[in-house]
Design a protein around this ligand. Structure first.
Ligand code: HSE
Length: 405
């Protein structure tokens, strides 16, 4: 029998208990051992809940119990998750987590401790919810040099962008809906400001480079400035707006960024809607591949957690997760990267076009009939620094959205 302890009985923690209850027989069969929840750790009480029998409030009980071989950390946040996971690894227990903040901040150290201790630190659920992207990058696409990973990695914001695009819905209203459905982080800023997607792309970038990518170096913009009016322009251009997280390799460097992006209908991520996530991967010999599925929510995330638990049970005393080293990956500064830009600007096209063309060269104007006090335009490809230099000459600019493709 393999005894596990679940640390945190929130959305994902209770999902793990449910997944084990629903699929206990086949999970045991695949793990080739019976998996038993020995403890559930949470500060709260859950009267009447089946986990009441195994509910504890003191972490020391878990770390000091030699019968517990695997801990599942689903508390979220950095502390006490980091201390608990580190102590469990040092005590020779494998750890499974869905916590991207923990993996992005301390993954390098925790992977190294796991290796020394001949146990495993596994985090499939930390990126893409139920989509098996980490295992695919690490174990399946190993014949390729991965040139690009671009994804919709945050379910909450994708849900919001979808509702705003198709229903013309209001930002606050759709955020509330996403929170009610249990997709959002406890602090929704992590979703809407792009921090959640930033940590996820840092993890994927570290996997594809084999080096540590510091999430704090990734330029990150969220969706808080995206409005109904932006969606009107997007529709006019037969495009949509998505929060994309991307990592593109250029020689030995990586260009990583999180920002809202205008996508055309031919882009593979255009039709990824609602809470779904998708990750587009380009390998140097594979070509293009897409991974699509439920990116957030209780059971999809818990399903990915349980896959790691099964893996940990099957590989006791054998470290299988040599993912990245302590060497730091080199990130290309955002200012040097090139793109096309969609710009909304106050004023009428006839009055602005001469100045705009003089500064930006060839541009394509876009107008929305009901927005009479402004217009929009798309530039040719420019570096970010060049764009900013030119844009500062136009105080009338409302804002800019990058254009993919
Ligand atoms: N808040 C996250 C999301 C949860 O919306 O994608 C899954 O990581």
């Amino acid at each position: 029998m393999a005894n596990i302890a679940i640390m945190g009985y929130g959305t994902v923690g209770s999902g793990v208990v449910d997944v084990l209850r629903i699929n206990q027989a086949l999970i045991n069969q695949r793990a080739e051992e019976e998996i038993n929840i020995k403890y559930v750790l949470d500060l709260r009480e859950f009267p009447g809940d089946p986990v009441e029998q195994v509910l504890i409030h003191d972490f020391e009980q878990i770390v000091n119990d030699p019968e517990v071989e695997i801990v599942v950390e689903v508390m979220g946040g950095i502390e006490p998750a980091y201390t608990f996971v580190k102590r469990c690894l040092l005590a020779g227990k494998s750890a499974v987590t869905s916590n991207k903040a923990l993996v992005a901040s301390h993954g390098t150290e925790l992977l190294s401790i796991a290796k020394e201790q001949k146990v495993n630190f596994l985090f499939e659920a930390s990126v893409g919810g139920g989509i098996p992207i980490i295992r695919n990058l690490k174990e399946c696409l190993t014949a390729d040099r991965i040139e690009e990973v671009t994804g919709i990695l945050n379910g909450t914001t994708n849900y919001m962008m979808t509702k705003m695009f198709y229903d013309g819905a209001d930002y606050e209203e759709v955020l509330k809906e996403a929170q009610d459905k249990g997709y959002a982080e406890s602090n929704p800023e992590a979703d809407v400001e792009g921090q959640d997607a930033c940590r996820k792309i840092a993890i994927l970038s570290s996997i594809i480079t084999g080096k540590e990518v510091d999430f704090e170096e990734i330029h990150t913009e969220g969706i808080t400035k995206i409005t109904k009016e932006d969606m009107m322009y997007a529709k006019e251009m037969r495009m949509t707006i998505k929060l994309l997280a991307s990592a593109k390799r250029q020689n030995d460097q990586v260009c990583a960024m999180v920002s809202p992006v205008l996508l055309g209908q031919e882009h593979p991520l255009y039709s990824v809607n609602d809470v779904f996530n998708a990750i587009f991967v380009r390998g140097n010999v594979l070509g293009d591949a897409m991974f699509y599925g439920s990116g957030a929510g209780k059971l999809p995330t818990a399903s990915a957690v349980m896959v790691d638990v099964i893996e940990a049970v099957k590989h006791k005393s054998e470290n299988i997760m040599a993912v990245w080293t302590e060497e730091q990956a080199q990130l290309i500064p955002r200012s040097d990267t090139t793109k096309r830009y969609f710009v909304r600007i106050k004023g009428k096209q006839e009055e602005l076009q001469e100045r705009l063309i003089r500064e930006f060269g060839k541009i394509t104007f876009v107008t929305v009939q009901s927005l009479t006090e402004e217009c929009g335009f798309i530039t040719e490809e420019l570096s970010e620094i060049m764009f900013e230099r030119k844009a500062t000459k136009f105080p009338e600019i409302i804002h800019m959205i990058r254009v993919e493709g």
